[in-house]
Design a protein around this ligand. Structure first.
Ligand code: MG
Length: 451
């Protein structure tokens, strides 16, 4: 049996690896597992209206009722479907992928991506030919529903909007022509900010920049921030579940910085709390959580694993190093706009510029690399490495993570989708992390040659 689901939903190149037939059949299979009332949302990609029709057809054909939320951010459909008590939801999006891609994310009635076990069940039904179609008189119905206000209201109410408003911050926003454009400026304005934007019209061809925000494609936002003298810059990925921030000097803060900053603030308000994060996260998170008297609940790499661990263990905060912050008091999923509101709250409370707040966080040097490895050799390589590399602490829940006493660590992890191993390393200094990567990469490459 093939695999449909990747790390986060089903994705592929439109009309090549991801077709309307697949979308309809997948929607029907998902609907048969989720229940009767299914929320539907889509991002602003050029192919999303086409897939919308296919997904609606698939759901109606098995007797599901569709509540169509229209074009909106992924975290907005997630929050609203739970808020309205629906049985599940489907979002047509390829997140931050290039414009030729599209896909589907599947949510359970709790508004969180379905667990891996349910993905397996949906795949089984899909590959067995799909669920049984309903009799003519049991075919479902469609209704449209505007929900953005419900979502915006929840976010504004999760921060001290009265205090934030008094600061009259200036914020520069770059939604990258994605669906963040529908909510981010409104939320910032509701928080009393003066907002300036770039790439803020919806355009599924992503003419402004790639829909994955990176330091090298945020120069437009940096220019806007400087020209307007803004206190904060915010860039969103294509479906607005992730946000990346620029400080008032225009320096891009990578996701682990905004995650550490928001985690530190959460610990201040919730001393002793637990925080969920994947084993690829920085020791900076460990430091701020320990300082707040709390502890880390580690998971495998992937936002779904983090969200599910939050729900199952009643933990209210989680995140990833790529800028995905999950604030369970609003909703336990990645949410770019919620993160923006939290950061504005932190700046208000501290009364100091963002660059200063970030400079005060614990800092480690990190490196990421990869090596090519055929899929059939992945398991053998991991096994062989366990005999060759030793460390005081070895973790094997997701690849191989070796931790050393001086707070350095290296994680060697097979990609679920490509014939590569990803290597993550962290140490106290740049020199140490380079050395750690060099030595271990050599061992990995030599071991691979012997297989
Ligand atoms: Mg995304």
């Amino acid at each position: 049996m093939g695999r449909l689901f990747g790390t986060n939903g089903v994705r592929g190149v439109v009309n090549t690896d991801f077709t309307i037939d697949m979308a309809a059949k997948l929607a029907a299979a998902a609907g048969s597992v989720l229940g009767k009332k299914i929320a539907l949302g889509r991002d602003a990609r050029t192919s999303s209206p086409m897939f919308r029709e296919a997904v609606v057809s698939g759901l109606l054909s098995i007797g599901c009722d569709v509540i169509d939320f229209g074009v909106l951010p992924t975290p907005a459909i997630q929050y609203c479907l739970k808020h309205l008590g629906l049985d599940g939801g489907l979002m047509i999006t390829a997140s931050h992928n290039p414009p030729q891609f599209n896909g589907i994310k599947v949510f359970f009635g709790d508004g969180v991506e379905i667990p891996r076990s349910l993905e397996d069940r949906i795949e089984e039904i899909y590959f067995a030919g799909g669920p049984k179609a309903a009799a003519w008189n049991l075919v479902g119905s469609v209704e449209h529903r505007e929900v953005l206000d419900i979502y915006i209201e929840s976010i504004v109410n999760k921060v001290d909007f009265v205090k934030i408003k008094e600061k009259r911050f200036k914020v520069a926003i770059d939604p990258g022509n994605g669906v963040g454009a529908l909510v981010a400026s409104i939320i910032a304005q509701r928080l009393g900010c003066e907002v300036n934007t770039i790439n803020s019209d919806l355009d599924g061809r992503f003419p402004g920049r790639d829909s994955e925000p990176r330091p090298d494609n945020l120069l437009g936002l940096k220019t806007l921030l400087k020209a307007t003298g803004s206190d904060l810059g915010v860039a969103f990925d294509g479906d607005a579940d992730r946000s990346i921030f620029l400080d008032e000097r225009g320096e891009v803060l990578w996701g682990d910085r905004s995650f550490a900053l928001t985690a530190q603030d959460f610990m201040k308000n919730n001393p002793g709390a637990k925080v969920v994060t994947p084993i690829s996260s920085s020791n900076a998170i460990v430091d701020v959580v320990k300082k707040g008297g709390g502890s880390i609940h580690w998971t495998r790499v992937g936002s779904v694993d983090v969200s599910r661990a939050m729900v199952e263990n009643g933990i209210m905060f989680g995140g990833e190093e790529n800028g995905g912050v999950m604030y369970g008091i609003h909703h336990p999923v990645r949410d770019g706009s919620m993160t923006m509101a939290l950061i504005l709250g932190i700046m208000t409370e501290a009364g100091r510029p963002l660059s200063t707040l970030v400079a005060e966080l614990p800092h480690y040097s990190q490196l990421k690399d990869k090596i090519t490895c055929p899929n059939e050799k992945k398991a053998k390589l991991l096994e062989a490495l366990q005999g060759k590399i030793s460390a005081p602490h070895v973790e094997t829940s997701d690849g191989l993570k070796l931790s050393f006493p001086n707070k350095s660590w290296i994680l060697i992890r097979p990609s679920g989708t490509e014939p590569i191993f990803r290597i993550y390393a962290e140490a106290a200094t740049q020199h140490n992390v380079e050395e750690l990567m060099r030595v271990n990469k050599k061992i990995i490459e030599e071991t691979l040659k012997t297989l």
